[in-house]
Design a protein around this ligand. Structure first.
Ligand SMILES: Cc1cc2nc3c(=O)[nH]c(=O)nc-3n(C[C@H](O)[C@H](O)[C@H](O)COP(=O)(O)OP(=O)(O)OC[C@H]3O[C@@H](n4cnc5c(N)ncnc54)[C@H](O)[C@@H]3O)c2cc1C
Length: 546
């Protein structure tokens, strides 16, 4: 057994965390009852069972101290954390692990590692928390390279400098969510970027993928908080000027935001911060009837166009509400929350409730008043439907590991679409995905929630839960994913709102992006990474070595 507290090489989080055996049995029973199938459970692999191929290269003496070829390091850096990744890892399939996992402690060491990779014809995969769900950190795409090094940024994870006046901090890319917030707390400040993967993802990963965080409105992507970026590219240091705003041509920050590790390794960034909120108001609103979700969407549109900008505005359809324990499966639920470090929120909350009632929502009595709380007590309504939803949200990745163990497909996909097209879009995506689920698995559920909303549209997020045939999970999921992604693009949406492109979304990303832009991206890559060392196949086709 691996020691409790160390990261799992096959799944989410650390060994010892997540549901107990008894709880897993409960999850299994619930799914069996829901889909009328009996499921059998397999145990995850032990590190000693793996038969990893030997490393193909050895690091030069000067870098040997930064590199590990320990089996759990190599297996743990083979994949990210998508459903496909967990299935393969749970089966003990690790055919192409990185030859070495390198953990630099300085920009000079990052540069030296990239030089080694270029000189020795190796691929370098930048690695933050490894929570990519799009094949962004997967190794094994070496092409004509002679090996692969996963460059894990965890030793460059400090908050280096805090500017209380401008409310900003200079933070190293390898900072994990909890450590970053711990370092800002004594200053009364917060980044308040809370993706579901917060615990096991890093600032560098959020920047490289343009991650989406806690805020449902106004500040949705990490982009909104980036004041400047510093990166080591194979062609040299890349640093933008820290400014509150600038109209000086295309933004150099933008070039690194969403670059997914193909242009350079982000080493640090100046991030815009906020005072820790002390006032909170929250409630959950029911939308009943067959069209409850669409009426909820109307309420959300009205709220997002009102200028109220709630921190939380998550609309769950009836199935999603039931799965998370926020409802009984007969009505949609809107989880609504406001936060401020400055003022009580009763007026905001009351107006949002009015907009919900106008759309036919049922707002519970007495849920509207602002509650003052300690700055670090977290956010939102911790009781009732909102509290249930939040607890389920944090447990979800652990539950997914358990579902993989009983051959149940549990995966999500997300997108964005303008309001005027939302109802038709949603119908088409639900129909295409649901019919693929029934065709492929014979039973299953597709549910939807909004993760982020804008004055001009929404970011719907779909969850698929379906019993698979043991051994065929990957093929079955691939067919469902193909149907869903084709529907997203055909109906005018984006292949991703915040999960990034990686390798898995390439076919649909290629359809979506303008071709001149693709050429410009390839040219930027050729300039910054002339030996085509970094993350081949992510965002653009692997380039032959130059
Ligand atoms: C359970 C779960 C929940 C999730 N919830 C959310 C969510 O709420 N919101 C959201 O946006 N995403 C979410 N994701 C996806 C994932 O967490 C994000 O893409 C996250 O931003 C990745 O951060 P990371 O540090 O884990 O990066 P990694 O997974 O290590 O890397 C992601 C990509 O960025 C590159 N990269 C990493 N670090 C650097 C660096 N320093 N410089 C250059 N490139 C780098 C990698 O090469 C890779 O292409 C979730 C994933 C899981 C498994």
């Amino acid at each position: 057994m691996t020691a409790p507290g160390t990261r799992k090489f096959w799944g989410w989080g650390v060994h010892g965390a997540g549901p107990s055996d008894e709880q897993v049995a409960g999850i299994q029973k619930t799914v069996e009852e829901r889909f009328g199938r009996s499921l059998s459970r397999r145990a995850p692999p032990e590190i000693g069972d793996l038969d990893l191929p030997a490393p193909r290269v050895e690091p030069p003496a000067a870098l040997a101290g930064l590199c590990s070829s320990a089996p759990d390091d190599r297996a743990g850096h083979h994949y990210g954390k998508s459903y496909r990744d967990i299935v393969r890892a749970y089966r003990g399939e690790f055919p192409h692990p990185p030859d070495h996992v390198a953990r630099p402690t300085s920009e000079d060491e990052v540069a030296a590692l990239l030089d080694w990779c270029a000189d020795a014809h190796l691929t370098a995969v930048p690695y933050g928390g490894g929570s990519s769900v799009v094949g962004g950190v997967e190794t094994g795409f070496d092409g004509d390279h002679r090996g692969v090094v996963s460059i894990d940024m965890e030793r460059m994870g400090a908050v280096i400098e805090v500017d209380r006046t401008a409310r900003a901090a200079r933070i190293q890319a390898g900072a994990y969510g909890p450590a970053l917030e711990d370092a800002l707390r004594p200053h009364g400040l917060t980044l308040r970027h809370f993706p579901q993967s917060f615990e096991f993802s890093t600032l560098g990963g959020w920047i490289a993928t343009r991650g989406g965080g806690h805020y449902a409105t106004l500040y949705t992507h990490i982009d909104d908080f980036v004041a400047s970026v510093r990166a080591v590219t194979p062609s040299g240091l890349y640093e933008s000027r820290r400014l509150p705003g600038s109209g000086a041509g295309p933004s150099p920050d933008r070039m690194m935001l969403g670059s997914e590790g193909i242009l350079g390794i982000v080493t640090e960034a100046w991030m815009r911060l906020q005072d820790r909120p002390t006032f909170r108001a929250g409630t959950s609103v029911r939308f009943e009837g067959e069209d409850g979700f669409l009426r909820g969407a109307e309420a959300v549109r009205a709220i997002s166009q009102s200028g109220l900008f709630p921190a939380n505005c998550r609309l769950l359809d009836a199935a999603e509400a039931q799965t998370s324990g926020a409802g009984d499966g007969t009505y949609a639920v809107l989880v609504l929350g406001f936060e401020s470090a400055d003022h009580p929120l009763d007026v905001w909350m009351a107006r949002a409730a009015e907009l919900c009632r106008d759309a036919g929502g049922i707002v519970p009595e007495g849920a509207l008043a602002t509650r003052a709380s300690r700055p670090d007590s977290g956010g939102g309504d911790r009781e009732g439907a909102a509290g249930a939803w939040r607890r389920a949200f944090l447990q979800a990745p652990y539950v997914r590991d358990a579902l993989v163990g009983v051959s149940v497909i549990a995966e999500t996909f997300e997108t964005a679409i303008p309001w005027d097209r939302f109802p038709d879009f949603h119908r088409q995506v639900m129909a295409a995905t649901h019919s693929a689920v029934l065709r492929v698995c014979g039973a299953g559920q597709v549910a939807c929630r909004f993760t982020h909303v804008y004055p001009d549209g929404a970011a719907p997020y779909y969850s698929v839960l379906a019993p698979a045939r043991p051994g065929s999970e990957l093929e079955q999921w691939a067919e469902i994913k193909q149907a869903a992604a084709d529907a997203l693009i055909a109906a005018g949406g984006t292949i991703t709102h915040h999960h990034a492109v990686g390798r898995d979304h390439r076919p649909w990303y290629d359809m979506q992006r303008p071709e001149p832009f693709a050429r410009a991206l390839r040219a930027a890559k050729a300039e910054l990474d002339p030996a085509a060392v970094l993350n081949p196949g992510v965002l653009i086709d692997p380039e032959p070595r130059r």
